[in-house]
Design a binder for this molecule. Structure first.
Ligand code: ADP
Length: 343
């Protein structure tokens, strides 16, 4: 009797331990599909970083709410992953407006943009990503839509041709671009408000990493957090992508707390080196060791699209003070030259 009691106590303890362990694992595993959604900021209040932009946006939104209207058109520019799409979605949410999202390359013909505009519901924020890629004739249709909320259409052919004008529901266009210089002047001039998003500074990115570690239920010591933050290049998307990989590491190897050594080793395995440089950056810098080169030549050598080099690789190398974009091509600065010597 005593034995069976002891056994049942042991069984009970095992059961409790198993269910505890299961709960711990369940807690660690957030469904992958949910990760991106969970990491996305849910309101302008508490949004980490971009303080000046957030302050101005709140003012614009509050004013629109008081006047019971939609804000004027807004343009965001900055490198990929800094939060342009997130901000467009938060604007619509704060205003209780509909959000319609489209990437400019998806609009091929005049008919695409006309149908998009005339089918827009009242109270809509139209978010056009990569707006610098909007084709010129489509841009012209957008001008009258932005200015007067109308679309002019040529209908019929030959002798039966007639001009038609459609009134649109009032809307706010939120444009996003990684390349402000590629937006035509007339289009740019039609955005009364232009916000430049900058890479996040070290303390903001550390705060963001801290917040997202908590959401992802990853335990990381302070030194590891700092090491990770310094390798995010000040870009939330990069930070989130790295943290998701750490989640995999923690779940698979059941690591209680990630320390600095583990974090650095893992970042190295991910191909993320000091200052957040990747193999693409290192190869880019190596190509310029001996001579300056034109963007097109670099694009050929590195087998990378010129636009990717210009929008993703180069801004960070310039920010680090490693690269000069002169009229005679791209060349290393003395600082860049010293850095790449070790590779
Ligand atoms: P962009 O449109 O500029 O390329 P996104 O808005 O898509 O950038 O943001 C990239 C990722 O970074 C998203 O997963 C988003 O949730 C996250 N993100 C952006 N800004 C922040 C922020 N301030 N705090 C936390 N996560 C952010």
């Amino acid at each position: 009797m005593i034995i069976s009691n002891k056994q049942s106590a042991e069984d009970k303890t095992k059961e409790v331990k198993n269910s505890q362990a299961k709960k711990e694992v369940d807690d660690l595993i957030t469904k992958n599909d949910d990760l991106d959604y969970n990491l996305r900021p849910k309101a302008l209040d508490g949004y980490i970083g971009q303080e000046k932009t957030i302050k101005q946006l709140k003012l614009i939104i509050d004013s629109a709410k008081i006047r019971d209207t939609l804000p004027e058109h807004i343009l965001f520019y900055g490198q990929p992953g800094l939060g342009k799409t997130t901000l467009a979605s938060l604007i619509s949410q704060e205003l209780g407006a509909n959000l319609k999202t489209i990437a400019a390359p998806a609009l091929q013909k005049g008919g695409d943009i006309v149908s998009l505009l005339i089918n827009m519901e009242p109270n809509t924020i139209l978010f056009v990503d990569e707006i610098h890629r909007l084709k010129a004739p489509l841009e012209e249709i957008m001008y009258s839509a932005m200015e007067d909320c109308v679309v002019d259409l040529v209908m019929g052919k030959g002798q039966g041709v007639s001009l038609g004008r459609f009134d649109l529901n009032p809307f706010t266009l939120v444009g996003a671009t990684t390349q402000l210089g590629r937006i035509s002047k007339p289009l740019k001039d039609r955005f009364p408000t232009v916000f430049q998003l900058e890479p996040y500074n070290e303390s903001d990115i550390l705060a963001l990493v801290d917040r997202n570690l908590e959401i992802l239920k990853i335990n990381m010591d302070e030194d590891a957090k700092i090491a990770v933050s310094r390798r995010c290049r000040g870009v939330p998307r990069i930070a989130n992508n790295i943290l998701k990989r750490f989640k995999d590491l923690q779940v698979v190897h059941n690591i209680k707390t990630i320390d600095k050594e583990t974090s650095l080793e893992f970042l190295y395995e991910l191909g993320i080196y000091e200052l957040g440089l990747t193999n693409s950056d290192i190869n880019y810098l190596k190509s310029l060791k001996e001579t300056s080169l034109a963007l097109k030549t670099l694009s050929g050598i590195l087998m990378e699209e010129a636009e990717t080099l210009e929008t993703v690789v180069e801004p960070y190398l310039i920010y680090l003070g490693f690269l000069d974009k002169g009229s005679d091509g791209r060349k290393l600065t003395p600082k860049g030259r010293i850095f790449i010597q070790n590779y």
